[in-house]
Write a protein that binds this ligand. Structure first.
Ligand code: CTP
Ligand code: MG
Length: 378
């Protein structure tokens, strides 16, 4: 089975947080919440639904990601989902996972569980959790205890056969419900439960952001380094850290020879012990001839995201006599920040010469070192 398409609804106003931005654009560990959710599904076709006037916020949240343009949502979540499904219909996916942008901690395990249930023939599947607290009902002035034994909390992603859920949304557009499972049930689609996850909570209040930040600072932190060098050749420009710089020479290499991005890609791969750049993008492969190296870095970042990890900091050192890096440093930082969806404050670019010593000193080529730091869930 091909991977299900993914619909992420992010068209709400996030009014209950009382924060200045709609909550999906508020930053968690330097990255908009929406981007955390999108990256968790990297490798899938992801369609995002956004609210009116949120185009610029969404464009900056999605910078560097290969996504179709977001579609405008509606006044309710239900309407936003329906509009998103209509946009996905052109792709004729067999399955779809519908997810809230407000659940940035969706884990690879949950995605695999919902997808697995669909693969095994379920027409609908969703993560659910038992209720642990005692529940109280208020009826006027009277309070009573509700038996919680048969009660469960529904989360997202909720997975369906695409044709089923699109038809359910079209047929029941005027019956207000709070999630897609409720519509599936109205349409008579049987649904299966998979185990949810407390971490996959929906950020609703300002306090939830405090909790989310605490969760993100937990987990394990790993750092790894990368190194690369390229030889100068004839040419009039070089690519370094994603920036084109006019120069008296070019750099020799199978791709665009961007030693800065190559070193950083290896550092990111090192954090998850996922081999090196040559293993993922063989230098003999014609597809990567002349390729822009931002795609190598974006791929490494997507592998981190698939493990539920976050890149939290990176530091690149370029080693060369020329070109001068100083004038381009901030543009390089901005470009790397864009590719990784990181705050620019978490991206460092440094440069040094080797005082005329060695191959960089003789201007035969240049080299780059990088260190990346990644936080992974425990
Ligand atoms: N959503 C949407 N379109 C709407 C309303 C909500 O796409 N018209 C999305 C939200 O962006 C969120 C998800 O549905 O990802 C769950 O909704 P909720 O947590 O209620 O978010 P908001 O509606 O944004 O928050 P609030 O209710 O506090 O305003
Ligand atoms: Mg809402």
């Amino acid at each position: 089975m091909s991977r299900p398409a993914v619909l992420i609804v992010a068209a709400g106003k996030g009014e209950r947080t009382g924060l200045s931005l709609p909550k999906q654009y508020e930053k968690l560990a330097g990255k908009p919440m929406l981007r955390h959710a999108v990256e968790a599904f990297s490798g899938h076709h992801v369609q995002v639904v956004i609210g009116p006037g949120q185009e610029a916020l969404a464009a900056s949240a999605h910078a560097g990601l290969d996504l179709p343009p977001p579609v405008p949502g509606g006044a309710t979540r239900q309407e936003s989902v329906r509009l998103g499904l209509e946009a996905l219909a052109a792709h004729k996916p067999q399955y779809v996972l519908i997810h809230d942008a407000a659940r940035p901690f969706v884990s690879p395990r949950i995605i695999a569980a919902v997808t697995g249930a669909l693969e095994n023939g379920a027409r609908g599947a969703l993560p659910m959790l038992a209720v642990a607290d005692t529940l109280r009902r208020k009826d006027g002035a009277r309070w009573s205890t509700v038996c919680r034994d048969d009660l469960f909390r529904a989360q997202t992603p909720q997975g369906f056969t695409f044709a089923d859920i699109l038809a359910a949304h079209r047929d029941h557009a005027h019956t207000p419900v709070t999630d897609d499972m409720a519509l599936a049930e109205l349409a008579g689609i049987p649904v299966e439960r998979v185990e949810g996850d407390e971490r996959n909570f929906k950020l609703t209040s300002k306090d939830d952001f405090t909790l989310a930040n605490a969760l993100l600072s937990a987990g394990q932190t790993r750092s790894a380094m990368g190194y690369d060098a390229h030889r100068f050749t004839q040419g009039d420009h070089v690519w370094l850290c994603g920036i084109k710089i006019a120069h008296s020479h070019g750099l020799e290499g199978h791709s665009d020879a961007d030693a800065g991005l190559h070193a950083l890609t290896d550092a990111v791969l090192g954090c998850i012990a996922a081999g090196d750049i040559g293993q993922h993008f063989a230098p003999t492969d014609e597809r990567w001839k002349g390729a822009a190296s931002d795609r190598f870095l974006a791929h490494a970042a997507s592998l981190v995201a698939q493990k539920g990890g976050q890149i939290v900091h990176c530091d690149v050192t370029l080693i060369c006599e020329r070109p001068k890096i100083g004038p381009h440093r901030d543009a390089m930082r901005a470009r790397i920040a864009e590719i990784l969806g990181l705050d620019i404050a978490c991206v460092s670019v440094k440069a040094t010469t080797t005082e005329g010593m060695g191959f960089t000193g003789r201007r035969e080529g240049l080299a780059a070192q990088a260190v990346a730091t990644v936080r992974l869930p425990q």
